[in-house]
Design a protein around this ligand. Structure first.
Ligand code: 3NM
Ligand code: MG
Length: 512
């Protein structure tokens, strides 16, 4: 069924206490509407009834002139008194049936929900829209329930996509210039996305509500680059583009900011240098913005060390790069190994977007919330490979990312196309940080191939695993130690050969 005509894109909810000094709520609402707000809810938690009605009349004059609906929070009597376009009610307010009886069939009724069970009840009761939240902790309202995160919104949207009546949705709870893009676009499920966002403080407390509203509206409406997935890909056309990516790394010298564990640092920096990229290792929040502003920058977050402040630090770094629309690679090292790590990864995915997520089977399965059968099961069996491909593809689609699962076979997916790559050498399993440094290569590749992140991942894995095959049989290589040096040499030579037009090494690629 087609969505109803109300435009929920940018839903302003008022709060009289957040209006800056020197202005009025009415003025703020007017400026917000001038900036593109599509719907207003008057929310007065402490006003006397006569003051509430008076204010509602004043605000209604403004919204009527703009041709947008005004909803009243909680109070059916106030809504009736001024003939507002509808009401918004919480879980503990008047029941929907009574409200509907009082308001009649044409008024809008919206309800706050946090879970699928509450959404199901609201749908059954006949609401027009649900406000899904709180997505994040907010200072504007004392929360009665823990924040539900992007994943919480996704669960409600999945449920609603299965319901025959179209019930509109907005998300609420700390939606602002920093959070809106991820909440709106990451929460989308097949066939269903948020119709809009509901905002209190980001607009009502703003010095320039018009500018903020304008920007919020474009964040809601314009999908970021990472929402685009290239359809109908085949192995040979992707392979034919691999040399371009590798050459561009050499010619454009992308800046790769590695936040990486101490075991991997020197190896990662050398690997970045060997393929022509420029590594930096920094964990100082004070320089994240400067680094993110470097053209051709990329960030690798390798969660190797579970220090106390890690998640906040990683999110600050990811936020700095996202603001500049620069790519972020996540390596969820040992993601399932402890409760600390499981919680950290969950929290990262609920609050940020990652362009590529790379890990081994245990790590990727843990990120995807799947039980891994890594131990005791032949991971090369075809059913196991199919299972891996399914998990990788579903995770990529859900998180709007490229997933790289490394192992004897590497599995790469953008959520639509999935490749299995079979190059590599067992020495990679005999040295430390071999997985970590692949993250650094992926960072360099995606920095020059933002428009095709799947290709960047395929190029990185092929370069690395074919270099490993060659290094293992290079003159003088007697075991893992000499292999490390030879691997850096081979990366250097293959990268240079590619830049000089010699791509014969790619004939060794085993991709399907
Ligand atoms: N309702 P801000 S959260 C009014 O979870 C309201 O139902 C919520 O304010 C809910 O945009 C909230 O300033 C306050 O974070 C949102
Ligand atoms: Mg209420």
């Amino acid at each position: 069924m087609a969505p109803p005509k109300v435009d929920y894109s940018l839903y302003l909810v008022t709060d009289p206490y957040l209006v800056p000094n020197g202005t009025t709520l009415e003025e703020q609402v007017q400026k917000a509407i001038d900036g593109g707000v599509t719907l207003v809810q008057l929310r007065e938690k402490d006003a006397e009834t006569c003051d509430f009605i008076e204010r509602a009349r004043a605000i209604h004059e403004i919204t009527k002139k703009a041709g947008i609906p005004l909803l009243i929070n909680d109070r059916v009597d106030v809504a009736l008194a001024i003939d507002a376009e509808g009401i918004h009610i919480g879980q503990e307010d008047i029941d929907v049936a009574t409200a509907r009886k009082l308001l009649g069939p044409d008024k809008l009724i919206g309800m706050s929900v946090s879970y699928v069970s509450e959404a199901a009840k609201a749908v059954e009761d006949g609401v027009d829209y649900v406000g899904i939240g709180a997505i994040y902790d907010t200072a504007t309202k004392t929360p009665k329930k823990p924040p539900i995160g992007i994943n919480g919104a996704r669960k409600v949207l999945s449920y609603l996509s299965s319901v025959s009546r179209y019930v509109s949705t907005v998300a609420i709870g700390s939606l602002n210039l920093k959070t809106v893009r991820n909440v709106v676009h990451l929460s989308a499920v097949p066939g269903r996305r948020l119709d809009g966002i509901a905002v209190v403080s980001a607009i009502i407390a703003a010095k320039d509500p018009m500018a903020v509203s304008k920007e919020l509206l474009s964040l809601v409406r314009d999908p970021p680059y990472w929402m685009r997935v290239i359809p109908n890909r085949d192995v040979s056309s992707v392979l034919s583009e691999v040399p371009t990516v590798i050459s561009r790394v050499r010619s454009e010298t992308p800046f790769v900011h590695n936040i990486i564990n101490r075991v991997a640092t020197i190896f990662a920096a050398n690997v970045n240098l060997s393929i022509g990229s420029s590594p930096a290792m920094s964990e100082n929040v004070a320089e994240f913005d400067d680094f993110a502003a470097i053209p051709n920058s990329a960030l690798l977050i390798n969660m190797g060390f579970g220090t106390e402040d890690w998640v906040e630090k990683y999110l600050a770094a990811a936020g700095a790069y996202a603001k500049k629309l620069r790519p972020v690679v996540l390596d969820p090292v040992a993601a399932g190994a402890s409760e600390l790590r499981k919680g950290a990864v969950k929290s990262m995915l609920n609050r940020s977007h990652f362009d590529i997520i790379k890990g081994n089977e245990g790590e990727i399965f843990s990120v995807a919330g799947e039980a891994s059968q890594m131990r005791g099961v032949d991971s090369t069996s075809s059913s196991q490979l199919q299972k891996k491909a399914n998990v990788v593809e579903a995770l990529a689609a859900k998180e709007k990312t490229i997933v790289v699962l490394t192992g004897k076979e590497d599995v790469i997916s953008d959520g639509m196309t999935t490749f299995v790559l079979r190059n590599g050498h067992r020495y990679l399993a005999d040295i430390t940080a071999s997985g970590c440094v692949l993250g650094s290569i992926i960072g360099a590749a995606v920095a020059v191939s933002l428009e095709d992140r799947f290709l960047a991942a395929v190029a990185s894995v092929l370069l690395y695993t074919i270099a490993a095959e060659r290094a293992a049989v290079a003159p003088g290589v007697r075991g893992p130690g000499t292999f490390i040096a030879a691997l850096i040499d081979e990366l250097y030579m293959l990268s240079n050969a590619t830049a000089n037009g010699d791509v014969s090494w790619l004939e060794a690629a085993k991709v399907e």
